[in-house]
Design a protein. Structure first.
Length: 254
């Protein structure tokens, strides 16, 4: 998990445990290694490659004062993994964060594994709201666990599809390829007929923009990329349109 609060705690010192302020202590740890991370373009700043230093150390985080909820008074034994970019470009903030984990992180390989899991949090954070109607994290309105699981399973399929659309559209190597290389022909044809009133081939970028437009995104050059809620709305409309197309095809063949 990412550490957001500058908590008090303890760490190992030459003569035993010492009192620390966690983030200050983490920034002073000796680097265990370095690695590169791709930093996406943002706020009119170009994409770049960040050169990160990584370290780790055992820490004991003090219990919150005053108590919050059901908690004990003993410190929480954790491992801290600070990551910080070295020599960031001019007028760019250094890419840095501090993690805490209950898993032992004694080597560079173990530290890199913990950081790699955290770097995938954005996909997980996008997937969870996409499983639910309207992008909400509220559970399905069914008391029975089996029914909730069935509904979440149904919604998860749509969530995976729009995440695939978004990731493909953001990949320079895939954005100009045919959408048929990644998505079912029915999905591509439904979007093509809705957007262009004709069955024509779509690129991945056109497929993505059409899904966003179905969800209410104006698709103007100055607009930011569509968010999860917009893509979810477009996906639900696309499902209804695809269901109608399947029903018509079945009626014609039946």
């Amino acid at each position: 998990m990412r550490s957001t609060h500058h908590r008090e705690g303890e760490a190992r010192g030459p003569q035993g445990r010492i009192r620390i302020r966690w983030h200050e202590y983490a920034r002073g740890l000796r680097a265990q290694g370095h690695y590169e991370v791709a930093v996406a373009a943002r706020d009119q700043r170009p994409a770049r490659t960040g050169h990160e230093r990584i370290a780790s150390a055992p820490v004991w985080i003090a219990a919150p004062r005053p108590p919050r909820g059901q908690q004990g008074s003993r410190p929480l034994a954790m491992w801290g993994v600070p990551v910080r970019e070295e020599d960031p470009p001019a007028r760019a903030s250094a890419l840095a964060w501090v993690q805490r984990t209950p898993v032992a992180v004694a080597t560079r390989t173990q530290a890199r594994e913990r950081v790699g899991g955290y770097e995938r949090r954005w996909t997980v954070a996008d997937f969870h709201p996409a499983q639910h109607p309207g992008g909400s994290l509220a559970p399905p309105p069914f008391p029975e666990r089996s029914r909730r699981a069935a509904v979440l399973g149904r919604w998860s399929g749509g969530a995976v599809e729009w995440l695939r659309v978004r990731n493909a559209a953001r990949d320079p190597e895939r954005t100009d390829r045919s959408a048929l290389d990644f998505f079912p022909a029915l999905s591509v044809n439904v979007r093509s007929a809705w957007r262009y009133a004709a069955l024509r081939p779509l690129t991945v970028a056109e497929f993505y923009r059409t899904l966003a437009r179905l969800g209410g995104h104006p698709n103007r050059k100055r607009d930011p990329p569509p968010g999860g809620l917009v893509l979810w709305r477009g996906g639900t409309k696309r499902e209804s349109m695809a269901a109608g197309a399947r029903a018509i095809e079945k009626a014609r063949c039946g």
